[in-house]
Structure formats: C-alpha cells, structure tokens
Design a protein around this ligand. Structure first.
Ligand code: KIV
Length: 280
C-alpha cells in the first residue's frame, strides 16, 4: 500500500484561529507560475481583482468580470499546493442581493476549487456575508478604502485620518466580524485606527497601508517586486525587477537582430537514420 503524502492546504478556519498569533503572510498572485513561488512562503494567496490594473491595464477594478476572476483563480489553484487561495468577488457580482452573491461565490468555489472569497464593504455587506458563511462559503471582508467604490469615493485616499471619521469604519469592522467573516483586509486606514480595530475585534485583520499591529499583511506582488508603474506609499519594494527584465528583453532583441540567437545549442539537429543489418 502506498502512503500518500499530500500537503494539507491552509483553510479559512486555520486563518481564523490565527487571531493574535503568528502574523498571517498574504500576497496576490494571478498566475500558476507566480502562485508556485508565493505558495512556498505565504499562508494566503489572494487572487485580487487588482489583476484588472496589473494584468489588463485598467485604471480601476470596476471593469473586472467574474469570468476573469475564475480563470485566474483556477490557474492559481493549479500552481499552488499549500496556501489558502482567496478569490476576489469583482464589482457587480455580489452587491445586488445576497442571492446574487451566493450564485457568484458558488461559481468561484466550484470552478476554481479555491477555499474562500473576498468581498468589499462593511455594514452594508454584513447581511450578505452572513448569508454566504451560513451556506458554506468562507468570506474574507475588506474595509477601509474599498477600490471598487472609486466612482462614489472620487479618489483612492486613505481613510480615517481624523478621529471624527473613525466611527463608521469601526462600525464596518464590527459588522463584518459579527457577520462571520473569517478575516478582513483593512486597506489604507490611519495607523492608530487600524491598531484600534485590530484590538477590538476577534477576527484577524490583514493590513495594507494600515498598521504592523494588524494580524497579517498583504501586498500586491507586482508592487513589492518593483514591476508596477508607480509605487503607493504603503508598499515596501522588496525587489526592483523592472530594470532586470528590461535588460533581458533588450539582450534578446539584440541577439535576434544579430542572429546570435538561437545558437547551435538551441536548435534541433537531424536524427541519424538507424543502419539495419542486412542478411545478404
Ligand atoms: O485586489 C487586490 O489585490 C486587493 C488587495 C490590495 C487587498 O484587494
């Protein structure tokens, strides 16, 4: 009998249990290849709708569709073995009703095999979060700056930078936690507020432009690798891959133009025909 040594994937309840524990490490990925790199070091891989900006060059995440998220979510599942894969619900796929949200989230789970979905919004989405979690769909919340609301917000600005603006954000965090989310992203929120929220709810907070006191951190992979055209204040660049990639492409173009590539080692020779011994 063969012993199976399958790697057990991190689950939403595993992440839920990390409140006040070892910080949760989360990065985005949209492809099988980067997913396999990220998977070695992260607890959670987020297939973020930021793929609209990063992969497709959209100015906002509003044009991203459910089909786009499912295609890339499935790719990330194929490329990873260990991390919990969370797929973003795109704008327009969940806001109309809790039933619409269930249908969209069920499609994501069935067609990608991921472990959870993420959706944006606080109090206004609490009923939907409860509806999904009660029906077997783990939900990661997302409060603070919610980029899908760009057309009503007007700009991507940090939230809660005066104490007078704290109450609605605190209420959002509480509502998402009470609705049953297993964790929540806290994006671009003043540091003392992110700290206060983290201390006041029993669900892990995952910060981006928030606070080191959050229960975990997330960044967009391309931002931290230096592959994005601009770097928001809250991103620490852990690499500067842009110039290295450009240099490699420049060398390739030069080699093709000078016929230095492909070299003899990159081309296929002929197979020598087998000499068949004759009895004559
Ligand atoms: O879409 C995304 O990548 C996100 C993160 C920035 C949290 O939602």
């Amino acid at each position: 009998m063969s012993v199976q040594t399958a790697v057990k994937r991190v689950t939403a309840p595993d992440i839920r249990a990390r409140k006040n524990g070892e910080p949760i490490v989360m990065l985005t990925s949209y492809h099988a290849h980067t997913a396999s790199l990220v998977d070695r070091y992260c607890d959670v891989i987020l297939v973020g709708d930021s793929l609209g900006n990063v992969m497709h060059g959209f100015e906002t995440t509003v044009p991203v569709t459910l089909d786009m998220m499912i295609l890339q979510g499935h790719a990330v599942m194929r490329g990873s073995k260990h991390a919990l894969v969370v797929v973003d619900m795109p704008f327009g796929s969940y806001e109309a009703s809790k039933e619409q949200a269930f249908h969209s989230a069920a499609r994501i789970l069935k067609e990608t095999h991921c472990g959870a979905v993420k959706l944006e919004g606080g109090k206004r989405m609490a009923e939907t979060i409860a509806f999904l979690t009660q029906r077997g769909i783990p939900v990661m919340g997302h409060i603070g700056l919610t980029p899908q609301s760009i057309n009503t917000l007007g700009s991507f600005r940090a939230q809660g930078r005066s104490e007078a603006a704290w109450a609605p954000i605190e209420e959002d965090a509480k509502a998402v936690a009470e609705a049953g989310a297993f964790a929540m992203v806290v994006e671009a929120v003043a540091e003392p507020l992110a700290k206060k929220i983290t201390a006041s709810i029993d669900v892990p907070t995952i910060g981006i432009g928030a606070s080191s006191a959050c229960d975990g951190q997330v960044l967009v992979l391309e931002d931290m690798l230096g592959l994005s055209p601009w770097t928001p204040k809250f991103v620490k660049r852990y690499g500067d891959l842009g110039p290295a990639i450009q240099e490699a492409i420049e060398s390739y173009a030069k080699d093709v133009r000078s016929r230095a590539f492909p070299g003899p080692e990159h081309v296929y020779g002929m197979i020598k025909p087998k000499v068949v011994a004759s009895n004559d």
